[in-house]
Design a protein around this ligand. Sequence first.
Ligand code: ATP
Ligand code: MG
Length: 671
Amino acid sequence: MSVVGVDFGTLKTVIAVARNRGVDVVTNEVSNRATPSMVGFGPKSRYLGEAAKTQEISNLKNTVGSLKRLIGRTFADPDIQTEQQYITAPLVDVNGQVGAEINYLGNKEKFSATQLVAMYLSKIRQTAASELKLPVSDICMTVPPWFTDVQRRGLIDAAEIAGLKLLRLINDNTAAALGWGITKLDLPGPEEKPRRVAFVDIGHSSYTCSIIEFRKGELSVKSTAWDRNFGGRDFDKALVDHLAKEFKGKYKVDITTHGRAMARTIASAEKVKKVLSANQQSPVNIESLMNDIDATSMITRQEFEAMIEPLLARAHVPLEQALAQAKLTKDDIDIIEVVGGGSRIPALKERIQEFFGKPLSFTLNADEALARGSAFSCAILSPVFRVRDFSVQDIISYPIEFAWEKAPDIPDEDTSLTVFNKGNVMPSTKILTFYRKQPFDLEARYTQPEDLPGKTNPWIGRFSVKSVKADGKEDFMICKLKARVNIHGVLNVETGYYVEDQEVEEEVKDEEGDKKDPDAMETDKKDDGSKKTRKVKKQVRKGDLPIASGTASLDDSAKATLIEKESAMVMEDKLVADTEEKKNELEAYIYDLRAKLDEQYSEFASDEEKTSIKAKLEVTEDWLYDEGDDTTKGVYVAKIDEIRAMAGPIVQRHFEKVDAERRAVQERAEA
Ligand code: ATP
Ligand code: MG
């Protein structure tokens, strides 16, 4: 079993694996160290990752990128309108979640964001497994700190549908920080001032800053701030808007109404942007953009910086917010580590540096640091791996409250309570106490809906506490509920139980002699003059209270259905791939045998044999380019077998001759 970290990005995904020597990045089937976060659909199969990117421009309507931006969102959310600007397939509602409508196997189909992400992650699992030559199940995966409960649950469901077991969803910067800290041997001791590092990640779509404190063997996140809509794609868009205007004037074409022209301009803008990170100017060349026009232009870095000024002017905001939340000043920050592909823009680096008033640090690999950190996290959590222990303490991103109905017989009871505050440590467990005579319900929700992305519903879940009843004396049952924001940042009411107040006798330790518990009833009974005991009122656990949870997670039967659908599609893809392989094998066999008949097999075949086999090869070849172009795997295998049967005797004679020669050489050597 392998130990894998996945940085699931908006644009691309990086896979890393923890091995005994350290952490390595896994390359994909075309030897790339990152895989496009994209899926596509065709008449015969799906295209996942690299294959989706390859066919993107010719199949825009059936290609879905920016998968991560869709998970856990509703179609009606205004954020989804923004996403539609970057996604070429039409977005639609799929049972209350956003999804895409595409053509697959000749039919119109709708897939939810959870399904689309599951397809992609299933490809990531295959990529990792085929590279590592080991099954892959346990992974840790990155998540933006601003992801809400429903988004996180969506990712967990998708991973499960893809056959993966998520050991941890780790916040982006926390992953970078873990990778940074775990290798450092000079971190301050427990009593010393911690080392304070600001991690800044600027990706394709979002920008986050976290202030993190390090001591030997541990890191703790102090604050995290973000701009959800600030990343490489926004810089690309500034260029695209500029080019669209220029092409309209220069060539009298409107690329904004033309999907393919638009997609090619976006691709070209991304290239220009990258060139401008290293050079003062960059040419733009888009061959036959539309209406047979070869569009060309030239953009200088200065022009580009003017175009992106509105973005640059916002760059300080997350930094300022992170400092304020951590109640720190710029001077308290020892190091500023910058990651994410978007951070390579020189003007942006300048703004960040200006803000902190000190040089930035680039000791982490901007593209791979998050995947590496996730692999470390997986190694720490996985039972199959031993790694130096490093404690990771994160924080809760949005305050969470519980609400309930007033108990009829408790007049002054509140009906809601904020249980987890923003900035509380995560994971975290809180025990809630209720006095009830009947089963009751609790609802969990985000306290401040205005902080959530777009129009996210603040509702998190409903928890029904069963088996509550009054005891013999018509007294309240004291109900205890364990609410936990777990290692993924997901809230659950994990267990319920009830307790009884009981007086128990407890030994009083000498050193505690004068620290009196106000609830304790001291008896001061001295046995043999040495041991002191006292009677203490204690709550003793008497039994369990079952809890029925309704959350945004898929229920088991819905999940089972999606797992079944996904494996059917995996089989379909595999069959298409196998068929293609057999077709290629037949084609290669025809060429190979034809050549050999004139060469090494020549002396072992009669003229009739040669003629009849060559005729067969020719017929089969013609068939391959005609009706045999698209048929089933079985038919290709049958054709290969037919030819093999005809060539069999010749191959045998050739083999016998070669074998006899080999033996002769051997005998001579031994003589
Ligand atoms: P996110 O973290 O927002 O989900 P992601 O993880 O996929 O997205 P990254 O891989 O960190 O994003 O960064 C990708 C972005 O970085 C792209 O917009 C890409 O164009 C940009 N980028 C990469 N190299 C450069 C460069 N040399 N100059 C400017 N931008 C670059
Ligand atoms: Mg990223």
